[in-house]
Design a protein around this ligand. Sequence first.
Ligand SMILES: [Zn+2]
Length: 156
Amino acid sequence: MRQETANQEPIITPGWIIMPYKYSVGALASKFFIALRDNKKIMGVKCSKCNLVIVPPRSICSKCYSKLDEFVELDGKGTLLTYTVVHYVPPVEGLKPPFAYGVIQLDGADTGFTHILGEVDLQSIDVGMRVEAVFNENRQGNILDIKYFRPLASNL
Ligand SMILES: [Zn+2]
């Protein structure tokens, strides 16, 4: 017998889980994070078949599905494709709202790279503005080794 649920009130149960975990990021991402940590370099992977450059690295080309393993070094500068201003407290230590996340197309890359925007007046952020990576002094081998992207001086 079928039970009617369309007009049924949903029951919502609040919860909070904090769960320590570890996982291997894989060979490509390990090389990417080691370059960030040890050399303040942002590395992408280039498809030898269609020349697409993807950052952060992926093992398969998103355009032609070829296997990717050719690394290219990017200079950490790029163009803001889009952004959002965050007004809530996120579960990432050290960020106090309001702040902005941006999607940046790094020079020499064909994909968007999402990260925090810093040293910027939130009212003056604009799509198309030029930005550059700022690295943390104490790098751990993760994406927050890039502290944020800030506007290039030529934007000011
Ligand atoms: Zn390709």
